[in-house]
Design a protein around this ligand. Structure first.
Ligand SMILES: Nc1nc2c(c(=O)[nH]1)N[C@H]1C(S)=C(S)[C@@H](COP(=O)(O)O)O[C@H]1N2
Ligand SMILES: [Mo]
Length: 257
């Protein structure tokens, strides 16, 4: 437990600096030397780092399993392939042109390729997925930790929720799947943007190229086909206003297991 915490802290710091160095400062040296930019960076980092330490303190982990427990078949559920030309174009080049948009209440909006996501602080975990419909499956997920990514984007202190915008119009044209979590879950060490399942690139049916894993909540929170993440201070202006596709149709927003 102790060593796991130490590792996750190191991962966090490595992730934040990799994000800043690799994604933001590279290629804009002149900008980074300007005092106003540096001041902005320091103040944003300072605030979010302190909040992050509070948010991560003593959060219990969801149960993790040995490799022998991995399910032979992991059921596909909900959308299994988004329609629409945009997603098909991404699929056609094997997601080489995919960019994850990180925006909303952040100091530095990001646009990240899969390779850039894979270079961020990562975590691999074998966990159980529980769908509200009554089935479960155990899989090994690998992905970029959401917390360090949000720090790299300079999450603003006014942010209260992270929203995940998906590629599939499950509710018909103009009603894409979406989900949201609070900052406690966003900074939880097991909350990742997963790009691999059982050591293989994430299959399309399970949400390629990336899907959220927020391990202490039910299946419908695990947004697949994530195209953009947005930091917001309230949820009532987004689609049905309840914070998620199924929440807008009556499900609980906090779907704790
Ligand atoms: N974009 C998107 N994400 C989604 C869904 C969906 O239909 N679209 N279904 C949810 C539900 S109800 C479950 S149980 C899981 C299923 O994930 P799986 O197909 O990898 O088993 O994805 C969740 N995330
Ligand atoms: Mo589900």
């Amino acid at each position: 437990m102790k060593s796991r915490l130490a590792v996750s802290r190191r991962g966090l710091i490595a992730g934040a600096s990799a994000g800043l160095g690799g994604l933001v400062l590279a290629g804009c040296d002149r900008l980074s030397r300007a005092p106003s930019y540096r001041d902005l960076l320091n103040s944003a980092e300072g605030l979010t780092y302190r909040s992050q330490r509070l948010l991560e303190a003593a959060q219990p982990l969801a149960r993790e399993f040995p490799a022998s427990a991995i399910s032979r078949i992991f059921k596909l559920n909900g959308s299994i392939q988004p329609g629409g030309a945009a997603y098909h174009a991404l699929l056609a080049d094997n997601f080489a042109s995919y960019r994850l948009a990180v925006g909303g209440l952040v100091a530095r909006p990001l646009s990240l390729s899969l390779d850039q996501l894979k270079a961020l602080a990562a975590r691999t975990q074998i966990t159980r997925h529980d769908c509200v419909e009554g089935w479960s499956a155990i899989g090994q997920w690998s992905g970029a930790r959401l917390g360090p990514l949000l720090l790299a984007a300079g999450l603003r202190p006014s942010a209260r929720y992270i929203v995940f915008h998906c590629a599939d119009d499950l509710g018909g044209p103009g009603s894409p799947y979406y989900e949201s979590i609070d900052l406690v879950d966003a900074f939880h060490p097991q909350t990742i943007l997963a790009y691999a399942l059982n050591g293989q690139p994430l299959p399309v049916g399970h949400g390629a190229p990336i899907r959220l894993r927020v391990e202490r909540q039910l299946g419908y929170k695990q947004a697949k086909f994530v195209m953009g993440i947005e930091a917001v201070d309230r949820l009532d202006g987004i689609q049905g206003g309840k914070g998620g596709f199924w929440e807008d149709r009556g499900y609980e927003w906090y779907a704790g297991i």
